[in-house]
Structure formats: C-alpha cells, structure tokens
Design a binder for this molecule. Structure first.
Ligand code: CP3
Length: 359
C-alpha cells in the first residue's frame, strides 16, 4: 500500500459510518461529466470516452475538475462500470451521441462458456488512475472507487447496449436461469478482485451501482441481483491502513426492497428520488447510512426551487442522531444541467446543513 498525504476532510467517511459530522457531506453522481465545459474539452482532446478513461493522467484531470469548481466532500474515480466486461473481451465502444455498445455480447451458451474472470492486469489503467488521483488530491477529500453490480453489468453484456425492456437478458433469465447464474457468479468474482484492487491502490470508499436492479420482479431481484451484490460484499477487504473502507450500494428503483438491501452487508444505501428519506430511515432503523436523493431534474427548476428542494431533502432526513446522511442526487446529473445550478445546490446544502448541525 503506497502512503498518501493525510486526509484533511473526512466528513464523507464519517457520515458513511454514522459518526458525528459538522454538516451533511455532499457529492454528485456523474459529477465529472458533460455538464462541465472543461470535461468536454478534455474529452475532445482525448478523442473518445475510452481513450480518456484509459489514460490515467486524463482520468485524473477530469476527476478533479468538479472539485476545482465546487467545495464537494468527495472525488469519484473517473471511469465506467463497463470496464470489467471490456476486460473480459466483450469489446466496449462509446459511439458519439450514443450510449455504450459491446461488439461481442453474450448471446449463446457457447458465449457464456467462454466467459471468465479477467486478468486484473487488463484493468491496470484503472488502478494507476486511482493511485495518481490519490496523490493529486493531496488529502483534500476522500476518493470513491466503484463498480457495477453483477446484474447491472450482465444487462449490458447480454443486451450489448442499453435497453428499454431488457428482453434479451430477461429472456435468458426465464429460459436458461443457470446460464445467467454463471454470468453473475463470474461478474461477482471479477468485481471482488476489481474493487479490492481499487481500495489497495488508494480508493477510500467503494460504491456498487445496481442501476437496473429495479427492473426485476420481486423474488427475481433477490435471486439475480441482491444475492450477487451480497457475494461481492462478502469478498471485499473492509479495512485498509487501520481505517474501514465503507461500501455504498445503490439500487435504482429498489425502494420496495430497502430493508433487504440494507441487510446485504453494506455500510450505506443509495436512494433514488421515489423514496422518502424519513420513511427510509425508519425502515432501516439507522443500521446503515443513507445517500441521496434529490431528483436530478430539480436542478432545472431555477434558484428558489433548487434551494427549497435541497432543504426538503435535508429536512426529510431530519436530525442526524444515530444515523448518517450523504447528500447526493437520486441518479446521475443530466448533461444539460447548468454549472451555475450546481453551484446553487452546493451552496444551499452546505449552508442549511451546517445550520441544522448547529455550526
Ligand atoms: O460519477 C462520476 O463522475 C464517475 C464516473 C462514472 C461514469 N459512469 C462516467 C461516464 C460512473 C460512476 C459511471 C457509472 C455508470 N456507467 C453507470 C451506473 C450509474 C448510472 O448512471 O446508473 C452506468 C449504467 C454506466 C454505463 C454508461 N456509461 C452509460 C449508460 C453511458 C451513456 C449514458 C450517458 O450518460 O451518456 C455511459 C457513458 C459515461 N460514463 C459518461 C460519463 C461521464 C458520458 C459519456 C461521454 O462523455 O461520452
């Protein structure tokens, strides 16, 4: 483990572990992204999304961009959840104006039979970026590493791209469940190695994105998504350098299963905007911290609405007490968001939450 400068702002890590904090820490999903002109400039210079993600200097540059503009409480590694299936040989491409696409998706039993946990050397660019970002952050805020959940990356691996109805992956689930179970087990084992290597390289908290868990039927969510999230959590190294590495699990559309998600072994649960934070807190009895959950579209409501909605989220969570709250959006920030709207949000969350905490 390389040694890094001491951490100056540990408010995020403290909130994730439900320790006392002077204010509610804040970061934003997709905080390094296309709503920032400087991101678009770096991306144009790199030529493509993957060229940027695979170059540790450029990945570091864009990771730090939102922190130069806003007093956020965390950096999140600039990368993508689909780097893991790319390393498995599925051939990831981001075509301009379109989402991700795989040139060799999993369509047959033979495709699945060939699948294996990739050599982590294929993902070295990610671990190099983590180490470089940690150095460049100079202890300013903690660095969050991440991966997709086994189910969510399987959606892309089978569909070959984003989907409206998930008919190929769900078709496999209903017709040949053992085939999908094999994919999910390989994904889970790969994700354990991938996240452990990220924390070894310097990531101080980890997040699992189960962006498409919410499209599953009750019963099937538990069998095809949550069981493999649990498998990942069981394999993770939870302490580095004498400090716990908190893990956040975010299931978009997972409100119905909140109690079960909170019991999967994570330290914190990410929530989308369909869930009320006060109710979520009662249902999980402060056994985990909660992260979220402003609707990203609230950033299109103009300054008074942004301030009001930010206060509503903080008020919904209520006095922190034995709980822990990390302010975030309920999903990634839209590329059409104005950087000024983000400045307003950050200002309100910081000011109002410090007042609530009596600072
Ligand atoms: O949050 C951050 O700032 C860190 C970086 C990050 C990216 N993707 C960069 C990115 C993270 C954490 C992700 C996670 C991710 N990637 C998820 C889970 C979170 C979620 O949004 O549900 C998913 C499903 C993906 C897959 C993916 N990557 C899609 C569907 C797309 C295209 C959709 C879109 O927003 O355009 C991407 C591309 C992508 N990944 C972009 C960024 C900044 C935009 C692409 C670009 O610059 O061309």
């Amino acid at each position: 483990m390389p040694s890094f400068p001491p951490l100056k702002n540990d408010v995020l890590l403290r909130a994730l572990l439900r320790e006392s904090v002077p204010y509610t820490p804040l970061w934003l999903m997709r905080q390094a992204g296309r709503y920032l002109p400087e991101y678009n400039q770096t991306r144009a210079r790199a030529g493509s999304f993957m060229a940027m993600a695979q170059n540790p200097e450029l990945a570091c540059e864009v990771t730090l961009q939102p922190l130069l503009r806003y007093p956020l409480d965390a950096a999140i590694l600039f990368s993508d959840i689909l780097t893991v299936p790319h390393a498995m040989g599925l051939g990831l491409q981001f075509l301009p104006g379109e989402g991700p696409r795989f040139s060799s998706p999993l369509r047959s039993a033979a495709d699945v039979a060939r699948l294996a946990v990739p050599d982590m050397a294929e993902l070295r660019y990610v671990f190099d970026a983590v180490a470089l970002i940690r150095r460049e952050l100079d202890g300013k805020v903690p660095l969050i590493g991440f991966a997709g959940s086994p189910w969510t990356i399987a959606c892309y691996m089978v569909e070959g791209q984003g989907s409206d109805d998930y008919r190929l992956v769900k078709g496999m689930m209903y017709s040949s469940p053992q085939l999908l179970h094999r994919v999910l087990d390989i994904n889970a084992r790969a994700t354990v190695e991938y996240l452990n290597r990220q924390s070894e390289a310097g990531a101080q908290a980890l997040m699992l994105f189960d962006s498409w868990g919410g499209v599953l039927a009750d019963g099937l969510f538990q069998e095809f998504s949550l069981a493999y999230t649990r498998q990942v959590l069981e394999g993770l190294v939870r302490e580095r350098d004498g400090r716990r590495v908190p893990v956040i699990v975010f299931t978009k559309g997972g409100g119905a299963w909140l109690e079960q998600i909170a019991a999967c072994g994570c330290d914190a649960v990410g929530l989308d905007w369909t869930v009320n934070l006060a109710q979520a807190r009662r249902r999980t009895a402060d056994r985990v911290a909660l992260q979220g959950n402003l609707d990203p579209m609230a950033l299109f409501g103009g300054e008074p609405a942004i301030r009001q909605q930010a206060r509503r989220v903080l008020d919904d969570f209520g006095p922190v007490g034995a709980g822990g709250h990390v302010f975030n959006l309920g999903h990634g920030i839209s590329r059409h968001t104005s950087p000024e709207a983000v400045a307003t949000l950050v200002d309100e969350v910081r000011g109002y939450s410090a007042a609530l905490h009596g600072v």
